[in-house]
Design a protein around this ligand. Sequence first.
Ligand SMILES: *[C@@H]1O[C@H](CO)[C@@H](O)[C@H](O)[C@H]1NC(C)=O
Ligand SMILES: *[C@@H]1O[C@H](CO)[C@@H](O)[C@H](O)[C@H]1NC(C)=O
Ligand SMILES: *[C@@H]1O[C@H](CO)[C@@H](O)[C@H](O)[C@H]1NC(C)=O
Ligand SMILES: *[C@@H]1O[C@H](CO)[C@@H](O)[C@H](O)[C@H]1NC(C)=O
Length: 575
Amino acid sequence: MLKHWTLVTLTLAVFAARGDANSGSCGRQKPNFIFIMTDDQDSHLNSLDYQLVVQKQFIQMGTSFKKHFCTVALCCPSRVSLLTGRAAHNTNVTDVNPVSGYTKFIAEGLNDNYLPVWLQAAGYNTYYAGKLMNGQTPATYNNPFAAGWTRSDFLLDPNTYIFNNATMVLDNGSVETHTGKYSTDLIANRSVEFLGDAINSKKPFFLGITPIAPHSETLLTPSGPIFKAPVPADRHKDLFPDAKVPRTPNFNPDVPGSVNYFATLPRLTDDQVQYNDDYYRRRLQSLQAVDDLVSAVISKLESHPEVLANTYLFYTSDNGYHIGQHRLPPGKSCNTEEDINIPFIVRGPGIAAGKVATFPTSHTDIVPTLFELAGIPLHENFDGQPIPLTKKSQKSNKQKQEHVNVEFWGEGIMEGTLYSHLADQVSKNTYKTLRVVAENYDFSYTVWCTNEHELYDMKTDPYQMKNLYGSKAATSSFNIPDLTERLDSLLLTLKSCKGKSCRQPWETLFPSGEVQNLQHAMKKKYDSFFKSQERVSFSACLKGYITSAEGSLHSEPYAGKLADGEFEARWEDWV
Ligand SMILES: *[C@@H]1O[C@H](CO)[C@@H](O)[C@H](O)[C@H]1NC(C)=O
Ligand SMILES: *[C@@H]1O[C@H](CO)[C@@H](O)[C@H](O)[C@H]1NC(C)=O
Ligand SMILES: *[C@@H]1O[C@H](CO)[C@@H](O)[C@H](O)[C@H]1NC(C)=O
Ligand SMILES: *[C@@H]1O[C@H](CO)[C@@H](O)[C@H](O)[C@H]1NC(C)=O
């Protein structure tokens, strides 16, 4: 008997060791991941239409997730959230300043607790070329080094956004400034080299590729950043001479927005519109070198068909971008759809080609998704959940949640050299936004730190022109006051959620499980429950996650709020 057990244990141990190093449960090598992320690329200003390689290699060969959101519309918090699978309010990396970027990431203990470290522990080789996060500088990058990378080539501030004078650090070596070389091409060459190493190593691999385009050419000066139009590679500088910002209904409209600084923005002048169109064209041109990068990486991969067949490729951006919508200068950081709804396209084994998925997904879902594909157990404190990528997983009864929680603390970011006079005006940019997206309804709800509100019915008003907050009417067959109470309670639950309460907020509100989505929550019998909740509110507009300024922090669960009669009725059920 004893002998028998020893044998079993031994076999299991050997099996587990092999499984850990290389293979998934069916003995196949764990899949590889190539993760390409641009900087500030939009989904709503049609930038993808100008990238023929991304069209061919991603959009035609993979699935486009049209309702994919970043959960913070700013590089550093968005990237840290993505790399940890957690909301920014749980990483507390909420800004881009030197002290709140890489240094804050280290201070929060996240350098030992993020994607590459976890993937290495699961037997992966990990590679990264490009911008990891703001605040990695010649003074901070080695104090300590970013952990978890088999090889790396990071862009360093303050030259991160200088397209022809990038400062980089290769493999924890010394810092080098590449004067006169084009940043995206440097990253493309390094990515191809890393991919070669990865393929030769015969281990499963993750390769992160994060060029700067189409971010503004930005001078990080001691007195603040100066944002200019991005600089394309010389070979692309004359392309698309007629391209202009799409003149959608929300482009420089006659009527300003309804809340906060949106209500006070002046209409853009003709000169500003022209300046913005030039800016736009520079963005499109700068993305052409990204197309060349994608082409080089995929050619390399195609020369190893057996590797290609076991590789998932991702294309996304850290956050979105606006130019001229709602009269805004070029920039990000807003709660508008242009800033938060971003490209996310995935191709790989089992993923439908040329398909569009419309269920909501977010950047906090990406790490859980990679974990699931790699057969790594999910962490309890992940705020996101695996995205059903494959046709098979989409068909199975796995219900994807319908909410996305977006947050921001700090100032609105106005880019371009014509708009510095707006800096004070847009300084109150702290807000909480909830997106709820389902087959039959699609809402965007925001509470600003000024305690102003926005509610848009995205089915009927995709350009966010008509704020329905406070209306007594109905929309998408919901009564607006009742709807608003539900959305506010859901946002109250999400704004300080952790782990399961982020993934399943309706179960936090209704522990019995009787309400699983907005449609269920609309039932009349819950009216008094939702009326009795505290409301999302702020007592000040602060530049960080300071909970004392953020009003009530938790919603009350349904069971805890029984009316007298209701309690007696239930008591009878229970005894
Ligand atoms: C750099 O150093 C960190 C921390 O020691 C280590 O985890 C990482 O793998 C090193 N990176 C490279 C490319 O050697
Ligand atoms: C490139 O960057 C380095 C380091 O910041 C700086 O000293 C140098 O003047 C820059 N060169 C050009 C041509 O801008
Ligand atoms: C990238 O590699 C190619 C081919 O080796 C080379 O011609 C080119 O100069 C490199 N580009 C940069 C920016 O280093
Ligand atoms: C987040 O970090 C800031 C300092 O950067 C600190 O003041 C604040 O209390 C932290 N918030 C939470 C909720 O820990």
